[in-house]
Structure formats: C-alpha cells, structure tokens
Design a binder for this molecule. Sequence first.
Ligand code: ZN
Length: 174
Amino acid sequence: MGRFFSPSQKSLAKESFAQAEKLAGQFFRLSSESLRSHRYDIRTLAYLEKHEVNETAFAHLCKYQYQNENTDEAGFHFYRICLQDNCILDAIDRAGSFIKLSPLMLYIAVHELTHVIRFDSGLVDFDAPLEVKREEEERVNRITREMLRAVRFPDLNMVFECFSKDYQIGEIYN
Ligand SMILES: [Zn+2]
C-alpha cells in the first residue's frame, strides 16, 4: 500500500478504458448500446474497500448486486474493476525504462473489459471453480493479445512479453 496514481495517471487510466471500449466494441461486434448494457465502474486504489485490495494483481474484478431497498424493482448487478495502483507502478519501476504506463494500462483495460463482457454474456460463470477460472484467464489473455494486435501502439509488445501472466480474477460476489 501507499502508492497511488497521480491525477494525470488517473486520467490516463480513464482514457485507456475509453480506448479499450472502442476496441472491444469492434472485436465483439457490439453496438454502443449493448456495450453500455455491461455495467462496470473503475476504481483506483485510494477508493477501494479493504476486500477489493489485492496485493498480487494489477487489477481485481468484483461483482456486486445492487438492490434498492425502497422499491420492489428488480435490482441489477455490476462489475467493479479495482485498479491496484501500487502493483502497476511497482511493475513499471521494475521494468526500468522499458515499460511505460500507457501501454500497460491499455493492456489492463482491454483484459478487464474482456472479462466483464464474457462474464456478463454468460460465456463463463463468475463463480466458476478455480480450475475453470484459470482456463478462462488464459483465454482472456489470448483474446487480449488478439484484440491489441490490430492496434499500433508504442511498446505494446514489451507488455505482452513481460506481463501477460500477472493476473488474477477476483472471487468476490456481494
Ligand atoms: Zn484476468
């Protein structure tokens, strides 16, 4: 703990997710409407609850059910992508000048968004057993690479080489 994104790093993260949405929309052939139906929000470390913190991953995915207690209306679920600022910044430090925040952040955004879309479309169960989650993780890594192959973005290959295995899927369901 203790290292947080600066304001400019936060806006870079936000931009990365906007770009990832465009890429995912093209890749999965989603209209902007169906893309919007996959509800998710993004939080950086400073805004995470204790159970959303994961010291061993760049990002941690949580699924929440929202129910308004004052109405009978059906609730909805959404995903929270919990960015672990400290792990991301440490990884960039370790990589010296080789890895920059923007390609790594784009990689993380595409990866997490792919999880959200696949879970939400029922292609894989969020609460699947660990073995299934591991397989899903590999599949998502492959899809992420494929999606990013079409993009001309500086230093992405370096990210592929260094970081494609540094992920964990969250197992929290509230
Ligand atoms: Zn993952």
